[in-house]
Design a protein around this ligand. Structure first.
Ligand code: COA
Length: 140
């Protein structure tokens, strides 16, 4: 069995990743996920986002970036048939290590309230659920 290969997410990965995200439940997609927007995100945050591949096949993604104060994680996803092998844990480890290297001390992420699977995963992995915070958004 070929080991899973982890690489820095490049703009060239976009088309495959976008198709993967579209077929993965609970990966919320918006205009901020168009190719140009993701390319800008990757250029502003070089070396923080990762892919996992089995041979040529994309089986996992994670996007991380920071604003100089805090880190943010988006689009953690592992293909259904590859779950339970530690791929998400390794993608997160790589991303958090990169944030740490940039002097960032805390990372936030967003989860749909009915995504029970991801909620259980993050709790299991030691993430703190912030009961005292609510997200507000506005179009600008
Ligand atoms: C959440 C997700 C990324 C987990 O990926 P994964 O590769 O299966 O996770 P890992 O194999 O790295 O799991 C690491 C650990 O978490 C545990 N774990 C995984 N899913 C879990 C769950 N739903 N509940 C509790 N523990 C879980 C694993 O058992 C493992 O722990 P162990 O080593 O003690 O056995 C995957 O289920 C997924 O892609 N879901 C759909 C997309 C999604 O909802 N993403 C989150 C968006 S916010």
């Amino acid at each position: 069995m070929t080991p899973i290969a982890y690489s820095i997410f490049q703009t060239e990965d976009y088309d495959e990743a976008a198709a993967f995200w579209q077929r993965t439940p609970y990966i919320g997609l918006s205009s901020a996920d168009k190719c140009e927007a993701i390319s800008i995100f990757l250029a502003r945050n070089p070396g923080f986002s990762f892919t996992a591949r089995d041979g040529d096949t994309l089986v996992g993604t994670v996007l991380l970036g920071h604003d100089g104060r805090r880190g943010y994680m988006y689009h953690l996803a592992v293909a259904a048939e590859y779950r339970g092998q530690g791929i998400a844990r390794e993608l997160i480890r790589l991303g958090l290590e990169a944030l740490r290297g940039a002097g960032i001390e805390k990372c936030h992420l967003f989860v749909y309230t009915d995504n029970q699977n991801a909620l259980e995963f993050y709790r299991h992995e030691g993430w703190q659920q912030r009961e005292e915070l609510v997200i507000f958004s506005m179009n600008v």
